[in-house]
Design a binder for this molecule. Sequence first.
Ligand SMILES: [Zn+2]
Length: 121
Amino acid sequence: MKKIKKQTVGDLAVIACVIIICGLWFSALQSGGKSPIAIIYKDGKIAEEAALSEDRVIRLDGVVIQISDGKIRFADADCPDRLCVKSGWLYKNGDTAACVPSKTVITIKNNREKAPYAVTF
Ligand SMILES: [Zn+2]
């Protein structure tokens, strides 16, 4: 550890910056499609942010949303057209399905990005 004393504060700052940048870059790579999350909007507001890595069932006013095996879908809904159920599984970044009658939207995105837009009806 004695070598560190010979370096200037500037050198250490540069090294610290490099380490931080590498860390950010690495964590950005890690999130690149590997751990997507599903944003569930209800009435245009975020009702739930669910990691697709965790199997679960979410119930929201007449809509049943299922997460299984890194995918998400409308498993059941009491809307008349059931188009949301027919849209099937979502798993890629940007995949979106909506149940218009119940004002519920599911959108997939990579973990570290902000929600790209607000959904309004
Ligand atoms: Zn529906």
